[in-house]
Design a protein around this ligand. Structure first.
Ligand code: SF4
Length: 508
């Protein structure tokens, strides 16, 4: 990355209410202090990984985004040609459903801002040339590739796979499912660092009024009464880490992004400002719970027993922090919300990940579930010898040009078929790298006889409505000759980062 001209600034502001007008004033003042005015195609990206009453602390609140959008309109001096808001929510759920569940359509209509559902937009190729990249090209939705002024509006949350999710991690939402799932495994932190080469924000505003502790989809609410505003992702995430007592160097995606020259993470290289001091913010966040709990520990004391061996490429890590083990942790939390008898109803089940070499003490009638392409194990179950072999394919075999996408109904059918076919067996295996949160939800729900989050009441109506609209919109585009993705060099907006090759590891 090109060295920064100025010391990045992070502004800590007090805000104890989701009042869009108050948020508007705070963000406008922040933009004035940072000397920022929107220009060209201005794109705001909230975190809408999931939404609705059961997930009310998982996403950037619409009042927050409204305040940011209004502040951008206030600061427009006529150079802004478009103001839009876009996102790709969590895997398999239509973004229309997530936006609806969070109350975004009404808000966007009120402020006259266009929504982009990233999975419905054409996907454009971005070429990487930096050292240490996982692959040479990826795809991102057209509005991201063409953004001139990019505004990241994440939610301040813990994350079970990456410790925290602030500004840098929220980039997972600038890819549609089929591209997002590539490298969403034990190299997830590197994938996130690579995504930084697609676009860089001029402005970052995080919703830390009510932050999310402990988990990502179903976090516990923590009133921090904070809005943090900044102009550099590394500096911004580093200060957010400092607020909760985490060393940013211990968060791999932040450390890697810093090492590639995207910005500083040491406090003496960051200018702090605002009406809340860092010490006051730390006091508010004292004891904030973050993720990174290994799956064996996570399920201790429940009917689920987990066993995890190392993933492939064990020289990088002995545990797959970015894939299947984290997905099952999020899945069980969703099911606990949907069915308050989840833990009581769940039969005793053993789940196995990675190259596991230890015993599986399954009693009579207890199912063993082998999860993921990389799982392998040899032993005896129900008196029979069992050998599970790894089906892991090297990442070089996954080509973004040709990668396919399974929709949620196809996944439901496949999970049901597999469980039916193996109902009398001691074990069952689910393949994928990763096996998604949705698939974990499906098999756990079916094995436990639990209520389905996809087919229960209001959820089902919203989900099916969003699904049909998504599919109709993309079918119409295909009908008019617009392909899903366009290979080759594409037009980029001014928010494209200026990359100097080779990127220096210590550049600040
Ligand atoms: S199959 Fe799952 S556990 Fe194995 S490397 Fe892939 S994401 Fe990780």
């Amino acid at each position: 990355m090109k060295p920064l001209a100025q010391k990045p600034k992070v502004i800590l502001r007090h805000c104890d209410t989701y009042d869009a007008q108050r948020i508007r004033r705070i963000v406008r003042e922040g933009m004035e202090e940072l000397g920022l005015r929107p220009s060209g195609k201005t794109l705001v990206k909230p975190n809408l990984v999931t939404s609705g009453p059961m997930f009310q602390h998982a996403y950037t609140r619409p009042e927050f985004s409204e305040g940011v959008l209004l502040a951008l309109q206030d600061r427009d001096d006529g150079r802004m040609t478009e103001l839009a808001l876009g996102e790709r929510c969590g895997i398999t759920v239509p973004t229309r459903t997530a936006m609806e569940g969070a109350g975004y359509p009404v808000m966007l209509a009120r402020v006259g801002v266009r929504p982009y559902y990233f999975e419905e937009e054409q996907q454009r190729e971005i070429r990487y040339s930096h050292a240490g990249r996982l692959r040479d090209y990826v795809f991102t939705p057209r509005p991201v590739a063409e953004a001139d002024f990019f505004v990241n509006c994440p939610k301040f949350k813990a994350h079970p796979w990456t410790t925290v999710t602030f500004s840098i991690k929220a980039y997972i939402g600038i890819q549609d499912d089929r591209h997002r799932l590539i490298d969403h495994d034990h190299r997830l932190n590197e994938k996130i660092a690579d995504l930084q080469y697609i676009v860089q924000p001029e402005l970052i505003c995080i919703d830390a009024i009510v932050a999310g502790e402990g988990r990502m989809l179903t976090p516990l609410p923590r009133q921090l009464n904070l809005i943090v505003i900044g102009n550099n992702q590394c500096a911004f995430d580093a200060v957010c880490c400092q607020i909760i007592g985490v060393n940013p160097r211990d968060v791999d995606h932040i450390r890697l992004t810093h090492e590639r020259g995207f910005g500083p993470i040491d406090l003496d290289r960051i200018e702090l400002s605002g009406d809340v001091t860092l010490d006051e913010a730390r006091e508010r966040a004292r004891g904030f719970g973050v993720g990174l709990v290994r799956v064996e520990k996570y399920f201790e004391g429940t009917n689920l027993s987990a066993y995890a061996g190392p993933p492939p490429e064990s020289e990088h890590t002995d545990y797959c922090w970015g894939g299947c083990p984290g997905a099952i942790e999020e899945a069980i939390e969703i099911l606990r919300l949907i069915d308050d008898q989840c833990d009581e109803k769940m039969p005793r089940i053993h789940v196995v990940f990675g190259d596991y070499r230890g015993p599986i003490p399954a009693g009579p009638g207890e199912r063993v579930v082998f999860i993921g392409d990389c799982v392998q194990w040899k032993g005896e179950l129900a008196g029979q010898p069992v050998q599970i072999r790894s089906k892991y394919r090297d990442r070089s075999t996954k080509d973004p040009y040709t990668i396919a996408h399974d929709d949620i109904f196809a996944k439901m059918l496949s999970v049901m078929k597999k469980l039916r076919a193996t109902k009398n067996d001691a074990w069952v295996r689910f393949e994928g790298c990763p096996v998604s949160v949705a698939e974990h939800v499906l098999f756990l729900q079916l094995l436990g006889g639990l209520r389905s989050p996809f087919l229960t009441g209001e959820n089902a109506v919203q989900f099916n409505k969003g699904y049909l609209m998504w599919r109709s919109a993309t079918a119409a585009r295909r009908l008019f000759g617009e392909p899903y993705q366009v290979p080759g060099v594409c037009a980029r907006g001014h928010a494209r980062p200026e990359v100097e090759a080779p990127a220096r590891a210590d550049a600040e």
